[in-house]
Design a protein around this ligand. Structure first.
Ligand code: PMP
Ligand code: GLU
Length: 398
């Protein structure tokens, strides 16, 4: 029997698959260093856990409004106003099962068959899959390292066709760790307004910025015309170490929010009720744990970048945010390891895992086949051990 043509060509998430493989090897007793899935190693802060436990004990265990409880949507509006200088009403906010669902429902809400979405490469693997799954067409546009992996005005214009419906903007970026400058944001905003297209602004890493001279700017805050065309995506997985709680959200023009809420009411109903209570505490309670985790990520970023710089044949830009190091291994490809040539990043990753028990994400599915991504959301000891092993592997190349 023929299955859905929209799904049949879509591969399962690489990041989740590689993360699972590393966990499996660990469970089998192997001392694997996993620079794989982007998941903070920190525990969810105590006050947030307590709020979740209290919700269960209070019997807050039933369905809520499909788009989330109004207290939480109000708290999200306050956060967006205070941190991001964007004004939304609770009706414009939908609380979802992670930013992932917020993104998937957004694409479902705006795309008709054949509509194009500009996705600057390298990109987080799920965007293109999400677009394809709802009948849209990802238009992958390659960025350059010398432009901090951001698109220039000319590159944006060259990607435009009459079918362009939206553009994805991820800042800080997964996988590059780079941050869009004001100029980049203004170019995208101008482009979106001129061509009347939607910007999907994924701001999930906004709290994780390390460069003193960089700050997060929400594109929707740049003016009314771009506000009217922006879908702002955010969540708590990364900044509050809450990946398993599965809460993210979307804030956008009212007609789109209503459409997303309708989709959610049929697809999954409300996000988990006690997790919503925990997130209410996360957003309204003390914020010191966010800063303390950020500081630790910053130390790790400095260390991993320094180590990478010492290793010959590989190169990377110093990440400005998020928790990924995006490494160019094109000079490694073609070299021999134990007598056989390394074909590409996937081959490199397989052999590094096999021989040195170190798991990294090959980035072909992020649009760049000669790059690997190292997540440094793991302990300093693990980072050190993993970088020692990568250095050893590279040192053994013939
Ligand atoms: N956007 C980006 C750029 C991500 O890296 C992730 C990681 N999972 C997500 C969205 C989704 O996050 P979550 O569903 O855990 O909120
Ligand atoms: N976003 C994280 C990553 O890129 C988590 C896994 C996923 O959802 O893809 O590793």
């Amino acid at each position: 029997m023929e299955l859905s043509r929209k799904i049949i060509g879509v591969k399962p998430s690489t990041t989740l698959a590689i993360g699972a493989k590393a966990k499996e090897l660990r469970a089998a007793g192997k001392d694997v260093v996993a620079f794989t899935v982007g998941e903070p190693d920190f525990d969810t802060p105590e006050n947030i856990k307590e709020a979740g436990i209290k919700a269960i004990n209070d019997g807050f265990t039933k369905y809520t409004a499909a788009s989330g409880i109004v207290e939480l949507r109000k708290a999200i509006c306050d956060k967006l106003k205070n941190d991001n200088n964007i004004i939304y009403t609770p009706e414009q906010v939908v609380v979802c099962n992670g930013a992932k669902q917020a993104l998937a429902s957004s694409f479902m809400a705006i795309l008709n068959d054949g509509d194009e979405v500009i996705i600057p490469a390298p990109f987080w693997v799920s965007y293109s899959a999400m677009v394809e799954m709802v009948g849209g067409k990802p238009v992958i546009v390659y960025t350059k390292a010398e432009n901090n992996f951001m698109l220039s005005k000319e590159e944006l214009e060259a990607a435009y066709t009459e079918k362009t419906k939206a553009i994805v903007l991820t800042s800080p970026s997964n996988p590059t760790g780079m941050i869009a400058s004001m100029e980049n944001l203004e170019d995208i905003a101008k482009f979106a307004v001129e061509h009347d297209i939607i910007v999907i602004a994924d701001e999930i890493y906004e709290k994780l910025i390390y460069n003193k001279n960089k700050k997060h700017i929400s594109i929707a805050s740049l003016g009314k015309e771009i506000y009217d065309r922006t879908i702002t995506i955010n969540g708590v997985s990364k900044s509050y170490a809450m990946t398993g709680w599965r809460i993210g959200y979307v804030a956008c023009p009212l007609n789109i929010a209503k459409c997303i809420s309708t989709i959610q009411s049929h697809m999954s109903s409300n996000p988990n009720s006690m997790a919503q209570m925990a997130v209410l505490e996360a957003l309204t309670g003390p914020q010191d744990s966010v800063e303390s985790m950020r500081l630790q990520f910053e130390k790790r970023r400095d260390y991993i970048f320094e180590r990478e710089e010492e290793i010959p044949l590989i190169k990377a830009l110093k990440p400005e945010g998020a928790f990924y190091l995006f490494v160019d291994i094109s000079e490694v490809c073609g070299k021999k390891y134990k007598g056989t040539e390394i074909k590409d990043a996937a081959d490199f990753a397989d052999r590094l895992l096999e021989d040195k028990l170190t798991a990294v994400v090959p980035c072909a599915d992020f649009g760049m086949k000669n790059y690997i991504r190292l997540s440094y959301a793991i302990s300093m000891e693990e980072i050190k051990k993993g970088m020692d092993r990568i250095a050893q592997f590279i040192g053994e190349l013939e």
